[in-house]
Design a binder for this molecule. Structure first.
Ligand code: MG
Length: 250
């Protein structure tokens, strides 16, 4: 099932996307799905970020070939950082190129959405706490990442966390193709089967550090092929079985 959020007549709703239709829900979808009885055409809907996370956790260097791009070895534990919830934007929203940076990169990633409060869970249980999977573009000011000791500035600008267009709840994350396009040119191509730490491992690991809440996002790292974007560019991240997240650089 594909679950998103949308705005209709100034009100925000969770919704279920079924082919060309969008069915509004009367409450959040984490415990049960209750239809409001209102249906719209998908083409008429502006999707919002699919959740309102308390935090966005992201993983650095989770694909060996991406680590090699930076001449870095793979970490023996997941390298985690946080993107502020204020960085979140949805499908179709603009990514603002910050004045502080001269190099802003795309990073197409599979993102886990948490469905139940999770603390100190083990890997075998992790699946029960995952609501579904969505797409995140882990937008990065690469020059500032190189300059700073940690990632907060480089990863934390407003609009640097495009997520969506919706969450797919029925999907196996083990072998999905990830592709990133800039101005319709394929720039990144990878498979989640090349991840070093699996989504289940990552959810368990992060839950031993911080309590995960419904709607929290954990982005699982980017495959090789990262590169820059410029003002006016169109960037799209496509993940097999989920969909395509489109944003423009402003
Ligand atoms: Mg990343």
């Amino acid at each position: 099932m594909k679950i998103g959020r949308c705005a209709v007549a100034g009100e925000e709703y969770y919704c279920v996307v079924k082919d060309a239709e969008v069915h509004l829900l009367s409450s959040h979808p984490f415990e049960s799905i209750t239809y409001k009885g209102l249906v719209f055409k998908k083409k008429d809907i502006k999707f919002l970020p699919p959740v309102k996370p308390s935090k966005i956790v992201a993983i650095g260097l989770n694909y060996k070939a991406h680590a090699q791009e930076f001449e870095k070895s793979m970490p023996d534990e997941p390298l985690i950082f946080i993107k502020p919830s204020t960085a979140l934007i949805g499908d179709g929203d603009g990514i603002i190129y910050p004045a502080m940076s001269k190099r802003v990169d795309y990073e197409g990633e599979l993102a886990v959405v948490i469905g139940r409060e999770a603390s100190h869970i083990n890997m075998e249980e992790a699946k029960n706490y995952i609501f579904g999977y969505t797409i995140m573009n882990d937008v990065t000011a690469r020059d500032l990442q190189a300059k700073d000791v940690q990632y907060t500035r480089a990863k934390g600008f407003d609009t640097f966390a495009p997520v969506g267009p919706w969450i797919e709840t029925d999907i196996d994350p083990g072998n999905l193709s990830i592709k990133t396009y800039v101005n319709n040119v394929l720039k990144q191509e990878g498979s989640t089967s090349d991840m070093h730490f699996t989504p289940y491992y990552i959810v368990s690991f992060v839950s031993r550090i911080m309590r995960l809440l419904p709607g929290d996002i954990i982005s699982t790292g980017t495959p090789p092929g990262i590169g820059p974007m410029n003002r006016g560019d169109s960037v799209e991240v496509e993940i097999q079985g989920i969909g395509r997240l489109h944003n423009r650089i402003l």
